[in-house]
Design a protein around this ligand. Structure first.
Ligand code: CP3
Length: 356
C-alpha cells in the first residue's frame, strides 16, 4: 500500500503530501490516532440548504459534469461540517454512459436508464470502456477538489462495484428486489459473467485514473449486493469485485462498502479492501470480528438516527465509538448515505460527538 500515489503532472500538489499523516490515512493503515476520523456518505446532499440552492440553478448531471462547481460544492461542505475527508462530488452511474447506457436523472425519480439490459443478447450492446476520455470531467473534479482542499485532508475517489452497476444496467433504475438482475444471473450465467467482467475492468481503470488525478483513497460502493446470499455472492460477484479493486489496492487504500446483509462481511473482506464499510444491521464489534481485526472498518450509525433528537444522536454516536473499543483502524461514518430530510444540526452534533 502506498499512501502517496504517483503525482499526476497536471495536478498542483504539495511535495510532502501532508495528507499521508492525516487521521484518516493513519486509520486506513490501522495506526493509532488521537481521535477517530469522521466523514459521511452523501455529506454533500439535499439535507444541506446550500446544496439545494446550487441544485435550484443546475441539474444534477450538469453539476457532475462541471468540475469547478462540483469541487466547490464538496469543499464548502467539508468546511461547513469539519469532516476529515472530501469524497469527490459525482455519482456511481456516469461511468455507464460511455459504455452505451442512456442515463438520465429525472427530477424526483432518481436515476433512469432508458435502454436496460434484460436478455443475454443485450449484453453485447454494453461496450467495453476502451477510453476514459469522455469521463475527463470526473478526473478534473478530482484535481479541482485536491487543489482546493487543505493538504492535511485526503480526497476520496469512488466507483460503483460491478454488481451494483450491473443492477442499474439491468433494472434501468433502482429496485427493491433486483429481480430482473437475479433473473439474468440465474438464467444466463455466461452472459452475466461477461457483463460483470466488462464492468469490473471498467471500474478498475476508472479507479486508477482517479488515483492518477490526485485522489489518496478510493471507495467502492456495492450498495445493493446485500440482496444476495453468501453462496451466490461467492459464485457470481466475488471474482469480479476482486478484479475491480486489485489495481487500485496495489497503490492506495480501498474502502469496500456494502449494505443490507452482514452475512456477506467475510466474503467482502475476501474480495478485497483495506477498509471494510459496514451498515447498522450488525454491531460494529461483531462486524469487526467477522471481518478480522487485520482490516480497518468504516461505519456504522443508522442514518435514520439523525432524524431523532440531538441527545439521541450524541448517545448513539458514542455507542458506535464504544463498540469500536479504541482499536486502531476505525473510520466513523453512517451505515449508508445521509437522508435528505435530516436536520443539519444533527449532522453537526454527530461530528462534534466523534471529535469529543
Ligand atoms: O456527498 C457525497 O457522498 C458525494 C457524492 C455522491 C452522490 N452519489 C451524489 C448524489 C456519491 C458518493 C454518490 C454515490 C451513489 N450514487 C450511490 C452509492 C451510495 C448509496 O447511496 O448507496 C448510489 C446508489 C448512487 C445512485 C444514485 N444517485 C441514486 C439511487 C440517486 C437517487 C436517489 C437520491 O438519493 O436522490 C442518486 C442521485 C444523487 N447522487 C444525489 C446526490 C447528491 C441527489 C440528486 C439531486 O441533487 O437531486
Amino acid at each position: 500500500m502506498n499512501p502517496s500515489p504517483t503525482p499526476h503532472s497536471a495536478a498542483p500538489r504539495t511535495p510532502a503530501g501532508r495528507w499521508s499523516d492525516s487521521l484518516f490515512m493513519r486509520a486506513c493503515r490501522r495506526e493509532p490516532v488521537e481521535r477517530t476520523p469522521v466523514w459521511l456518505m452523501r455529506q454533500a446532499g439535499r439535507y444541506l440548504p446550500e446544496y439545494r440552492a446550487v441544485r435550484g440553478r443546475v441539474g444534477f448531471m450538469e453539476l457532475c459534469k462541471t468540475p469547478s462547481l462540483a469541487a466547490e460544492v464538496m469543499l464548502a461542505t467539508v468546511d461547513r461540517l469539519g469532516v476529515d475527508a472530501a469524497i469527490i462530488f459525482s455519482d456511481l452511474l456516469p461511468i455507464l454512459e460511455p459504455m452505451g447506457m442512456d442515463l438520465e436523472f429525472a427530477a424526483g425519480e432518481g436515476p433512469v436508464i432508458h435502454n436496460p439490459v434484460r436478455e443475454a443478447a443485450d449484453v453485447a450492446r454494453v461496450h467495453e470502456l476502451s477510453s476514459l476520455d469522455s469521463l475527463s470531467y470526473v478526473f478534473d473534479c478530482v484535481r479541482a477538489t485536491r487543489a482546493g482542499l487543505d493538504d492535511s485532508l485526503p480526497v476520496i475517489g469512488f466507483a460503483g462495484a460491478p454488481f451494483t452497476l450491473a443492477g442499474y444496467c439491468i433494472e434501468g433504475g433502482t429496485s427493491k428486489s433486483w429481480l430482473h438482475t437475479k433473473s439474468l444471473m440465474y438464467r444466463s450465467p455466461s452472459a452475466w459473467h461477461d457483463l460483470m467482467d466488462r464492468l469490473a475492468r471498467a471500474v478498475s481503470a476508472y479507479l486508477v485514473a482517479q488515483l492518477d488525478a490526485g485522489a489518496q483513497v478510493v471507495q467502492v460502493f456495492d450498495s445493493w449486493v446485500g440482496c444476495l446470499c453468501p453462496d451466490d455472492y461467492r459464485r457470481y460477484v466475488l471474482p469480479h469485485s476482486r478484479l475491480a479493486m486489485a489495481a487500485a489496492a496495489a497503490r492506495a487504500p480501498v474502502i469496500h462498502f456494502a449494505t443490507g446483509n452482514p452475512a456477506l462481511l467475510p466474503l467482502l473482506a475476501e474480495a478485497g479492501g483495506t477498509v471494510i464499510g459496514v451498515d447498522w444491521r450488525i454491531g460494529l464489534d461483531e462486524a469487526w470480528k467477522a471481518i478480522g481485526h487485520d482490516r480497518a472498518i468504516q461505519g456504522n450509525l443508522d442514518p435514520a438516527v439523525l432524524l431523532g433528537n440531538r441527545d439521541t444522536v450524541r448517545q448513539r454516536t458514542l455507542d458506535v465509538l464504544a463498540a469500536a473499543g479504541g482499536r486502531p483502524g476505525h473510520i466513523f461514518n453512517l451505515g449508508h448515505g445521509v437522508h435528505p430530510q435530516t436536520p443539519v444540526e444533527n449532522v453537526l452534533e454527530l461530528i462534534a460527538a466523534v471529535k469529543g
